[in-house]
Design a protein around this ligand. Structure first.
Ligand SMILES: [Zn+2]
Ligand SMILES: [Zn+2]
Length: 251
């Protein structure tokens, strides 16, 4: 059995001293896709993916950093898209929970980066927090977009749009949290649209909740999914693995 972690931040400083160990204990996780948040973060992720065969990266500007975005950054991202280890643009999106940048600034950047992905026919890894309505408004206007909604929160309006547009939905540690919306609504997410993710170092699944999350913990999310959706681990692993390979094979 093998699975893919479609969203992790192994370039984060939390992993500086332990990255070799984390990679050596990946277990059933065969590949990891790194998500990035700002220009220097992309640079570090790119370097790391060139050291380890089984790592790939998305080049993106997180909405938290929308204020610092400069127009030349688009050229920088465009250049990374040519890198053999780059699989698309991400993470990008809207975050009204922290609201580090004004909503309009976030929306403009998100829309521009989606257009860049569509222009280059690249995948995107999308972050949406407390901004579902505006995200749906923007995504509704975009055609021919290949997208993963990372850390899907279980919102049914967003799910409807995602299924209409054949996006993939990233299921992470939150599905193991009691009372989470995604846990309540997980049976509405078809396996054919599902991929797995950790968002390491954040959002460690139960029973590792207080720990620094890492890709090997994805097995706990997989186990929780088995009982929640009533499928065998092998079946979920196999379907989510081939869904994730779509991103790699079509980069
Ligand atoms: Zn995110
Ligand atoms: Zn992330």
């Amino acid at each position: 059995m093998k699975i893919i972690d479609t969203h992790a931040h192994l370039q984060s400083e939390e992993f500086n001293a332990i990255l070799d160990d984390v990679i050596n204990r990946l277990g059933i996780v065969e590949k990891v896709f790194l998500a990035t948040s700002y220009v220097n973060d992309i640079k570090k992720a790119c370097e790391i993916t060139h050291k380890y065969d089984n790592l790939y990266f998305f080049a993106g500007i997180h909405p938290h950093y929308a204020n610092e975005f400069k127009i030349g950054d688009l050229d920088i991202i465009e250049n990374y898209l040519k890198d053999e280890k780059c699989i698309g643009i991400g993470e990008i999106g809207l975050d009204y929970f922290y609201n580090y940048a004004p909503k309009d600034t976030q929306k403009t950047l998100f829309s521009n980066l989606l257009d860049l992905a569509i222009y280059h026919n690249k995948w995107v890894s999308i972050h949406i927090r407390d901004a579902t309505k505006d995200a749906i408004d923007i995504l509704s206007t975009k055609n021919n977009l290949k997208a993963i909604i990372h850390c899907f929160n279980g919102d049914l309006d967003l799910l409807k749009l995602a299924l209409d547009k054949n996006y993939l939905l990233g299921i992470g540690g939150i599905v193991t949290f009691k009372n989470s919306l995604i846990r309540q609504n997980i049976t509405n997410v078809p396996l054919k649209n599902m991929v797995l993710e950790t968002d390491a170092p954040y959002l460690a699944p139960v029973p590792k909740r207080s720990k620094t999350n890492e890709p090997s913990f994805l097995q706990y999310t997989l186990n929780a999914l088995c009982s929640l959706v009533g499928a065998q681990a092998e079946e979920i692993a196999q379907i989510t693995y081939s869904n994730s390979l779509r991103v790699l094979n079509d980069k």
